[in-house]
Design a protein around this ligand. Sequence first.
Ligand SMILES: NC(=O)c1ccc[n+]([C@@H]2O[C@H](COP(=O)([O-])OP(=O)(O)OC[C@H]3O[C@@H](n4cnc5c(N)ncnc54)[C@H](O)[C@@H]3O)[C@@H](O)[C@H]2O)c1
Ligand SMILES: O=C(O)CC[C@@H](O)C(=O)O
Length: 524
Amino acid sequence: MFRILVSDAISEEGLAPLRKSEQIEIVQKKVTEVEDQLHEFDALLVRSATKVTEELLSKMPNLKIIGRAGVGVDNIDVEAATKRGIVVINAPNGNTISAAEHTFAMMAALVRHIPQAHISVKSREWNRSAFVGTELQGKHLGIIGFGRIGSEVAKRARAFGMFVHVYDPFLTKEHAEKLGVSIHTLDEVLACSDIITVHTPLTKETKGLLGEKNLAKTKKGVYLINCARGGIIDEQALIPFLQNGHVAGVALDVFEQEPPGDHPLFAFDNVIFTPHLGASTVEAQLNVATQVAEEVLQFLEGKPVTSSINLPTLSKDVYEKIQAFYNLAKKMGTIASQYMNIPVQELSVTYAGTVADLETTYITRSLLAGFLRPRVASTVNEVNAAMIAKERGITYGEKFSDETYGYANCLSLTVHGENKTFTIKGTHIPNYGDRIVHFDGFTIDFAPEGHLLYIQHQDRPGMIGKVGNILGEHQINIATMQVGRQQAGGKAIMMLSLDKPIDDALLQKLTEIEDIETVKRVEV
Ligand SMILES: NC(=O)c1ccc[n+]([C@@H]2O[C@H](COP(=O)([O-])OP(=O)(O)OC[C@H]3O[C@@H](n4cnc5c(N)ncnc54)[C@H](O)[C@@H]3O)[C@@H](O)[C@H]2O)c1
Ligand SMILES: O=C(O)CC[C@@H](O)C(=O)O
């Protein structure tokens, strides 16, 4: 049974996919109302009101996934979630149209003074000359940030007969041409625009992007709109520009602090506000809620998610193709980690044959997670494996090769540790299973599962019998046994699969058999 906490107002209809599952219990409460149950939740669904901080995450040790019903994840400490191995997903395009339409509504309201005129009429005034506006047609619109919403705003602006000027340092010339816009520098956009609207995420670079210095570069009489994130337009810096009339008006849907409390910009009649309503339409809320609900359900059912912020994205089709190798890689990582139980510096993964044509990033992350799991106390999975490896000074890389050793596919892992290098190779045989076909210099063939016992010894008659006798005396049943040797009378190995794990005392007893050099337990 999975428990999901829905801590913000999320469309009820959108939650339907989750409600259908008998394995899921949904609790719709604010975080503060379920403080004593936080440790029980497997998933958390939020909009922008819940602040998912490191402190909150520390109270939710069972949390596996956070779903943001919307685009911006700036209310979520993604780094802290990643460190804890928690997947963060969002609904990147469900509210694009609503946010673009809201931007346009704000633009029209701003240049035609609609909110001010509305208040005036309700105060029994009939003052038509006080609210003379300007047309949008023929005006120059500067769009800063030309992603999903920025480009939808541009389409609407063209329909209104406006000239569109775009600044987006990450937009390629080709993509801009495809979207029918030309790219400008920020200074050009600031200088030529009658109206400027921002549609970037809030980042180190965009925080205060329209601050004192850049506001001074804008046209006198400019209108500004922020329906993206509070702080992209510096609220304090606006004050002198509004006082001296350089800025003709501002529309804010978002604020540096939400709610903004007693805001200094409330003193200006030409600044209009909405309470973060960009995504507040029935359609957008249904879209984003459905998107995250479906993704969370997929995830809890052990299937891949497609809109993760902290995992490589994976479609269902791709996942189905890589699933077998994903599992094999995890097992190989786990085996290698236990066998090489010394500090290691580098993991090198080589893909050959059919697997080399697949999405290997995800397979490598799975191998890395398998490798780190026996070594770290905290949760480690595909989400945080790369970060944990980096923290521990372990580098990793992928290679591709044509050498399959006669198999259709071959995954090879080489682990470089202090004074020792270890290589393991595995293959997946459809309708048969996973096989390890090479182990630390020996050709062998065993299934990587269960309680494994690795024994390295001198190739002498009777070795198998000696090991079998001791295990038998301790009521340990051998399920399978594979042997390999480099040359007759030289070094040889046995890989046994046991029905139950052996304890330290028995391990020691096996080590003491004459001609046995190494005995290692490996749990897969
Ligand atoms: N008001 C609301 O309710 C509401 C609703 C939806 C989205 N949003 C916000 O709107 C913003 C845009 O959302 P989107 O879906 O279009 O995102 P997006 O990722 O599709 O587009 C963002 C664009 O900003 C560009 N960008 C990044 N850094 C930049 C910089 N320094 N200068 C200029 N451009 C830069 C990126 O290249 C990208 O093209 C986000 O902040 C999102 O959180 C607000
Ligand atoms: O949840 C909301 O209404 C805000 C959504 C919006 O800011 C977003 O980034 O998607």
